[in-house]
Design a protein around this ligand. Structure first.
Ligand code: B12
Length: 460
């Protein structure tokens, strides 16, 4: 693969709202690192880059510590979503700025396009079209979450030469190796995550934070979540090697803020989280950790809570989803109300201010009543923590999908645009859009105003 030129592309987002909550295309940057290790010359064009020198006006606001806004242009919403009373936006740089960036790198042999939320596919298709126009001879590979969960749709409509499903490391090497009639010099062992090179954050500009993955997969099977479809089996890194990576970004790139992308960071904490945090303290790195993706309250023992405090955990989100014990059990039994209260007590004893801890509550599950969401809000409020409403996004292949299909007023299986959580796709007479607004009010300041105040909150 030596000498081959590879371009990584992170596409635009099309949505009613989007916010950079420590959001980087981590998977794509992993693939880039592996290809570079195999001798390829790798470049990266990020449609979500901000600030960008080709964009006029004021750059989007960024907060110290990482999160911030994207550039946004209001556009017509797609025909299928016409009538939904929210403005639709294209988040990221202009098309001209994108072509400008492509122009700087010259024709690659292969382009790897990633995809995140399934309903963001318009930006993915647009990126593929632009890349094809600019580089008609390059082979285009598409992977990521949309490509994995909606492979049929992506294969039919995205315009890529190859649509690859699931974890992409070995697949990308296989496809490119076959195309280029060569075998890669280095193949990672996907059962040993430490055999992966560090993701190519050195190509991200400006680099204000780094996303870290200390494990892949999740031991739970929550019926609303697609994690098990994206990465199978829980694999955990060696804690010392994960700290080596934190130290690498901190010392060589002066990075102080790290977002954890794990689905199960605290699971079996004796094996990973505790030694990881103890090592961070021992090396006196003075870094901060942010967990925009929720932590499991069940594993938040007093020992874990104080290690989190000492090792610099700054943004803590816990996943409750619902306070109804029956629904908790039915959706996967991830956590009980008592476990949440214990976790909050332990965090508070360790020195965290409970009002800084956001607790995610799912809103709009199929058949869910507004009352039940309000109960969860009340329960979290009375614990002293901050309720953060997250709207349910139905996903094909998950345990709840069939029920979502039955409940939704949209034909969910006809177009991934209908997975958009802002639509509240499974709203019904028991939880309609006006009740949803009441729920948001009850939950207090909206996620976006909390973010604007720099406190951090749920993803918008
Ligand atoms: C971290 C995370 C976030 C972060 C940001 C992620 C980002 N980069 O933008 C935050 C916390 C902000 C977030 C927010 C939300 N998220 Co989220 N998030 C995740 C999480 C946990 C990990 C994603 C990740 O980066 N994984 C790590 C990397 C290494 O994996 P990867 O990107 O998939 O890449 C691999 C493969 O896909 C592939 N690949 C990737 N690109 C390419 C390209 C090519 C060419 C090839 C060959 C392969 C390939 O290879 C990579 C390496 O193996 C996933 C769950 C999961 N386990 O994946 C949910 C997930 C993506 N989120 C989800 C949801 C629902 C949300 C929210 C809507 C939650 C809510 N209700 O508010 C919001 C929406 C955000 C918004 N509107 O701005 C859903 C997806 C929904 C959808 N319809 O697609 C998921 C799947 C969780 C779930 N419920 O099942 N999220």
């Amino acid at each position: 693969m030596k000498g081959k030129r590879v371009l990584l592309v992170n596409p635009w987002i099309y949505d009613f709202a989007a916010y950079d909550l420590w959001a980087k295309p981590l998977g794509l940057l992993f693939l880039g690192a592996l290809l570079r290790l195999n001798g390829c010359e790798v470049s990266f064009v990020d449609c979500l880059k901000a600030p960008h020198e080709q964009m006029g006006g004021k750059p989007p606001k960024a907060h110290p510590g990482g999160h911030g806004k994207f550039y946004r242009q209001i556009v017509d919403s797609p025909a299928l979503l016409k009538g939904f009373p929210r403005r639709y936006g294209r988040y990221g740089i202009s098309r001209e700025a994108f072509y400008h960036d492509l122009g700087k790198i010259g024709e690659p042999d292969a382009v790897l396009v990633t995809s995140q939320m399934t309903y963001w596919y318009p930006g993915v298709h647009e990126a593929v079209r632009c890349v094809r126009e600019a580089f008609p001879r390059a082979v285009v590979l598409l992977g990521g979450i949309y490509a994995t969960l909606c492979g049929g749709h992506a294969g039919k409509h995205a315009g890529a030469d190859h649509v690859l499903c699931g974890e992409g490391e070995l697949e990308a090497l296989r496809v490119l190796g076959r195309l280029w009639r060569t075998s890669p010099g280095y193949c990672p062992d996907m059962d040993n995550l430490d055999s992966l090179p560090y993701p190519l954050f050195d190509l991200v500009e400006p680099l204000r934070y780094v996303c870290i993955q200390t494990s892949r997969g999740c031991p739970f099977r929550c019926t609303y979540c697609a994690s098990h479809l994206l990465a199978s089996g829980l694999r955990v890194r060696d804690p010392h090697k994960a700290v080596d990576e934190v130290e690498h970004w901190h010392r060589r790139y002066q990075i102080d803020d790290f977002a954890l992308y794990d689905d199960a960071f605290l699971f079996r904490s004796q094996r990973f989280a505790l030694p990881f945090m103890q090592e961070i303290v021992q090396r006196r790195l003075g870094v901060r950790f942010h967990c925009p993706n929720a932590l499991h309250a069940r594993y938040l023992s007093p020992e874990v809570a104080s290690a989190m405090k000492e090792s610099g955990f700054a943004t803590i989100r816990l996943g409750l989803e619902t306070s109804d014990p029956v629904l908790q059990e039915k959706t996967g039994g991830k956590v009980s109300n008592d476990e949440l209260l214990h976790a909050l007590e332990n965090l508070s004893r360790a020195g965290f201010d409970p009002s800084d801890i956001g607790v995610y509550i799912l809103c709009g599950l199929p058949g869910q009543h507004a009352r039940e969401v309000l109960d969860a809000v009340e329960f979290v409020r009375s614990s002293g923590a901050r309720p953060v409403i997250t709207e349910y996004s139905p996903l094909p292949g998950t345990g709840m999908w069939e029920e979502a299909l039955r409940f939704s007023r949209y034909p969910l299986d006809e177009d991934p645009l209908f997975h958009n959580n802002t639509l509240l796709p499974c709203a019904w007479e028991g939880l309609d859009l006006s009740m949803y607004r009441e729920i948001r009010l009850a939950a207090g300041r909206s996620a976006s105003s909390a973010l604007a105040a720099g406190k951090g909150a749920g993803p918008e």
